[in-house]
Design a protein around this ligand. Structure first.
Ligand code: CDP
Ligand code: CDP
Length: 241
């Protein structure tokens, strides 16, 4: 069991797009003085490089070779989004939210060859401990041994609303309906793929954040850590349907 003086060594946060994984993960990591590691950016990096090199999202062999050979560095950065991603030394952080990446990343990440290469690198980071790692398969596949697992969720409409607000703030011309359709499509691909699909680990705390602010989610999770209770039944909301 853990306590504020002995927090869990490794924290795994999974959930669908815009459920709050990055925001919650970053704040928890800052609070605990842990490394924050967003595994999604690695899949996005491979999707971007594939797009650049004209590798189709269904070419498992070339995508696997790309994921195995490229050197990806994910470094903390002072400015939002608070990380920098380098591929063979080149900064590609700016490219990871491009619509081309958004449209292909789920197909690219479904290939076992791609997942094997990236999962291995993620496990290496996880083994160092004192880490908050976020993604889709962290509590189930990458760090099943993590002492504290969280599954964040929210309705597709609320998640699309959050993404839409972010895109609006960045001045990107896109409709709410298009964002909702993209969110639903990615949910579907991520949760139905054969290898490491998005699913809640049985021992993960489930939090439905549809009607919760970020502060409320953080307070709830810190409360769970303080109580030393990893019990899934202590989570807010029920299991995903
Ligand atoms: O931020 P958002 O939740 O929208 O996406 P992300 O975490 O950056 O992940 C982008 C995509 O990468 C996801 O839709 C998944 O297809 C894939 N991914 C994955 O398969 N496994 C992970 N551990 C992380 C991301
Ligand atoms: O990493 P993921 O895609 O799961 O989500 P995120 O990027 O952390 O959150 C998406 C957006 O929703 C951010 O702008 C958050 O500030 C916002 N958010 C929110 O308004 N309320 C929450 N309970 C969680 C996130």
């Amino acid at each position: 069991m853990w306590s504020p003086n002995h927090p869990p060594r490794a924290i795994a946060i999974d959930g669908p797009a815009a459920s709050g994984k990055s925001s919650v993960g970053q704040r928890l990591a800052r609070h605990l003085g842990y490394l924050y590691f967003d595994t999604g950016v690695m899949y996005r990096a491979v999707a971007f490089l594939a797009h650049e090199q004209h590798i189709p999202p269904d070419d498992a062999e070339r995508l696997g070779a790309l994921a195995r050979t490229v050197r990806l560095d994910v470094l903390p950065a002072p400015e939002p989004p608070h990380y920098a991603v380098r591929a063979d030394g080149r900064d590609i952080t700016w490219a990871l939210r491009l619509p081309e990446v958004e449209a292909t990343v789920s197909a690219v990440s479904a290939h076992p060859s791609v997942r094997a290469a990236l999962t291995e690198q993620q496990r290496r980071v996880g083994r160092q401990g004192r880490v908050v790692m976020v993604g889709r398969d962290i509590g189930t596949v990458v760090m099943p041994e993590a002492e504290f697992k969280v599954y964040l969720d929210a309705s597709p409409e609320e998640r699309a609303r959050r993404r839409y607000a972010e895109l609006q703030a960045r001045g990107e011309p896109v409709s709410y309906e298009a964002v909702l359709a993209a969110v639903r499509e990615r949910d579907h691909l991520d949760s139905t793929r054969e290898t490491a699909p998005l699913t809640r680990a049985p021992d993960a705390i489930y939090v439905d954040t549809t009607h919760l602010s970020l502060d409320e989610v953080i307070a709830h999770l810190l409360n769970c850590i303080e109580r030393g209770s990893p019990s899934p039944s202590s989570g807010k909301g029920g299991p995903p349907s």
